[in-house]
Design a protein around this ligand. Structure first.
Ligand SMILES: Cc1cc2nc3c(=O)[nH]c(=O)nc-3n(C[C@H](O)[C@H](O)[C@H](O)COP(=O)(O)OP(=O)(O)OC[C@H]3O[C@@H](n4cnc5c(N)ncnc54)[C@H](O)[C@@H]3O)c2cc1C
Length: 419
């Protein structure tokens, strides 16, 4: 009889963390310091993205010394090296063993809604929970972007997104079209090129930077110059900096530049922006020369700023010759016949769009991105952590997450005391 059914109380926590990547784990580290009970809900397994969404030859672009998770600095023998995928996973596993987060893995958070009485109702694939406060640490890379033109590619062409790429051997025999030259696209194009594959690369807007300049890693110089301490509130682009594309460069084999012009001299075929597909004809914008020049201009600008810093501070650093373009496109090529080119696979490396559709709160802008100040939203008790440029360059990386997580959890703890 319905009248005799007792309602089962919904498990309640002070804080629920959505997502078990480095951001969620860092939040748990500081919540434990504050003695605040919490539950972490992770739809796959902890640090899933590093285990499953990186290619086999993946290595960090940032030097190892920047791996500075809270209470877990890099302590290996190669601080200026670049960890490979398996080493990154080992570094994260050691962090998980230290933090021992209260986690439920394999649980998808499907809906989070503010409750009239305060706090949040959290609906999941494993039932309902509630919490006074919610930290959204579900990452910044949700839905892989694949353009609608992909639907018209011939069925025999294998298509994948950058997060699905593993190695050259797993692609069908033949040539490969890589679309996009951001950090992933440029490195995947290099990976295929080094594996002996013929690569066609549609070059996008991404800037590039040098790996080393004046005797040191550019990241080391920028750290000395204080660039990584600049918050969005002080950055010349303000919050617009969050839309910036990452610079392409690699940590592979001890670190080096990625110079697409050099690849062109070695047989890679470069095109401008991919704009469409007519039958079996791929269409490109006539902007390859401009894109290569723009990426080099950023490269030179960063180096010039380092030169200025060296000069102003009287630092004794070896000279470096300015970059000279190794190759120029003879003419802009605006089309490529898929059949004639022998392309059998296409890798989309054009990024991700955010998906916070499960979060029912009035904290988003017109593009679905959360509005916040250092992760604190205008909804009491609702926080974001781990987003690119949440506060600084390092916010969505290994270098800045500790600082952001500490700031956020201290804020959250103060809000609890004041409530
Ligand atoms: C190709 C690539 C290269 C990078 N290279 C570097 C580098 O060299 N150096 C560096 O410092 N950083 C690098 N980064 C950036 C950064 O370190 C990662 O993006 C990092 O994984 C961010 O951590 P996170 O915890 O915020 O998000 P994630 O690691 O994405 O974790 C979020 C977690 O939330 C879970 N989740 C999502 N939605 C839900 C839901 N509804 N319910 C439950 N769980 C959910 C996901 O399963 C995931 O495990 C790179 C990133 C990429 C993509």
């Amino acid at each position: 009889m319905p009248g005799s059914l007792k309602s089962v109380p919904v498990p309640h926590y002070s804080v629920i963390i959505v997502g078990g990547g480095q951001a969620g784990l860092s939040a748990s580290y500081y919540l434990q310091q504050e003695g605040i009970d919490h539950l972490m809900l992770e739809k796959h397994s902890l640090t899933h993205s590093w285990r499953t969404q990186r290619w086999d030859n993946f290595c960090l672009v940032t030097p190892n010394w920047q791996c500075a998770l809270p209470g877990h600095p890099y302590e290996g023998s190669d601080p200026h090296g670049f960890m490979k995928r398996e080493e990154i996973i080992a570094y994260l596993d050691a962090f998980i063993a230290k933090v021992k987060p209260p986690v439920r893995e394999g649980v998808i958070v499907q809906r989070v809604t503010p409750r009239p009485q305060g706090g949040y109702a959290v609906q999941t694939s494993a039932g309902e929970y509630s919490a006074d406060q919610v930290i959204v640490a579900s990452g910044g890379y949700h839905t892989p972007i694949i353009p609608r033109m992909a639907e018209r590619l011939p069925a025999h062409i294998q298509q994948l997104h950058s997060e699905q790429y593993r190695n050259a051997q797993s692609l069908p025999a033949g040539n490969v079209l890589v679309v996009g030259s951001g950090q992933s696209g440029a490195q995947i194009a290099e990976d295929l090129h080094l594996a002996g594959r013929k690569v066609y690369l549609a070059v996008g807007d991404a800037p590039r930077c040098a790996r080393f300049h004046r005797g040191k890693d550019v990241v080391d110089w920028l750290a000395e110059m204080g660039y990584y301490d600049i918050g969005v509130d002080q950055h010349p682009l303000r919050e617009g900096v969050r839309d910036n594309t990452n610079h392409y460069v690699t940590g592979r084999d001890g670190g080096r530049d990625i110079d697409l012009r050099k690849f062109a001299t070695q047989g890679m075929e470069l095109f401008g922006l991919l704009t469409g597909l007519d039958g079996s004809m791929l269409r490109f914008a006539p902007d390859l020369a401009a894109k290569l020049d723009a990426a080099d201009a950023v490269y030179n600008r960063i180096n010039t700023s380092i030169d200025r810093f060296i000069e102003e501070n009287g630092i004794d650093a070896p000279p470096s010759a300015p970059y000279q373009p190794l190759w120029q496109p003879e003419a802009e090529r605006e089309s490529l016949d898929l059949a004639e080119s022998g392309i059998t696979s296409v890798i989309w490396c054009i990024g991700f769009s955010p998906d916070f559709g499960w979060l029912e709160a009035g904290v988003f802008n017109g593009r679905g991105q959360p509005l916040h100040v250092r992760g604190v939203t205008r909804e009491p008790g609702l926080y974001f952590l781990g987003l690119p440029w949440l506060h600084t360059w390092g916010s969505g990386r290994f270098s800045g997450i500790a600082c952001d997580a500490e700031h956020l959890v201290r804020h959250l703890a103060r809000a609890r005391k004041a409530a």
